[in-house]
Structure formats: structure tokens, C-alpha cells
Design a protein around this ligand. Structure first.
Ligand code: HEC
Length: 141
């Protein structure tokens, strides 16, 4: 009788331990999933449509900053093919520049805030698209 009880207790404890292990593994998976999701936030294909409508006149059809309006501006619009940013060193900051405009960071007011015009998803989509332009084309000159 005693053996059975001990065995039963051991089984319970083991079961509990296994449960805890499974739980923490599931949490680790969830955390990893969130990380992957935040790295890949935004859809570049949808972002291209947003870009063509709103950004292309300044940033250019190749993303090199030489759009028909862009060539007339000083400072020039950012060259996304080069892919170097002045006010942002990661996706979150880039998202904030697109949302709040460059003037909020001491830059050109011609890079206007897009937060009231584009949905949050569209801002992530266009961000993912301009990120995808880095190194894509060789400038004509
Ligand atoms: C009217 C012209 C114009 C339009 C339209 C425009 N931009 Fe810009 N953009 C600029 C200029 C000018 C700069 C450079 C600002 C500076 O150096 O201070 C710039 C800079 C940027 C930067 C660089 C920020 C950094 O940290 O270096 C990003 C990103 C950007 N634009 C994204 C966009 C997106 C996305 C759109 C469309 C939704 C867009 N721009 C539309 C003119 C424009």
C-alpha cells in the first residue's frame, strides 16, 4: 500500500515536472515567434504600392532619391539603394521617422509625417519595401 502511494506521489511529481517543462518550452517558442514576427514586420509587396503612390515622386522609382521632385530638394531625399539613414538605426526608429516626419528629428520638413495619412500596417509595409531596396540597383551615373 505504502509503495503504491509513494509511486503515485512520484508519478504526480514527475507529471508536474513534465508539465512545467512543456510549459516553459512553449513560452520559449512563443518568445522566439514574437522575435521573428517583429523582425519581419511589414509586407514589401504591399509596401511597393504605398511607395509608388506616396513616396516615389521624391525618393524615385528606383528608390535612389532622384524622383522628379526629389532632384529639386536640398537636402535630397534619402537614397534607399544606399540604405543609410540619418535619424534611424533600427526598424522601430525608421518607423517613427516615417510616422512623425524628419523635422521632428531636426531634419527636412519636406519629409512630412505620414502617420495621419497611412495606416500603421501601410507604414510597416512601406518600411519593409524601402529596406528591400538596399543594394538593388546601380545608379545610372
Ligand atoms: C516631398 C518629398 C518627399 C516625399 C513625398 C517623401 N519623402 Fe522621405 N524624405 C524626403 C527628404 C527631403 C528626406 C531627407 C530628410 C533629411 O535629410 O532631413 C527624406 C528622408 C526620408 C527617410 C530617411 C530617414 C532617415 O533616418 O534618414 C525615410 C525613411 C523616408 N524619407 C521615407 C519616406 C516614405 C516611406 C515616404 C512615402 C510614404 C516618403 N519618404 C515620402 C522627402 C520626401
Amino acid at each position: 500500500m505504502r509503495t503504491v502511494t509513494t509511486f503515485g506521489l512520484a508519478a504526480l511529481l514527475l507529471g508536474g515536472a513534465a508539465f512545467v517543462l512543456t510549459e516553459s518550452a512553449a513560452n520559449a517558442d512563443a518568445a522566439a515567434g514574437e522575435k521573428v514576427a517583429s523582425v519581419a514586420k511589414g509586407d514589401p509587396v504591399k509596401g511597393k504600392q504605398v511607395y509608388n503612390l506616396y513616396c516615389l515622386p521624391c525618393h524615385g522609382d528606383k528608390g535612389d532619391g532622384k524622383g522628379p521632385v526629389g532632384v529639386t530638394l536640398q537636402p535630397p531625399p534619402r537614397d534607399f539603394v544606399k540604405g543609410e539613414f540619418k535619424y534611424a538605426s533600427n526598424d522601430q526608429e525608421l518607423f517613427e521617422v516615417i510616422t512623425g516626419g524628419a523635422a521632428a528629428r531636426g531634419g527636412s520638413p519636406l519629409m512630412t509625417p505620414w502617420g495621419a495619412i497611412l495606416s500603421e500596417n501601410d507604414r510597416w509595409n512601406v518600411l519593409r519595401f524601402i529596406r528591400s531596396l538596399k543594394g538593388t540597383a546601380v545608379s545610372a551615373q
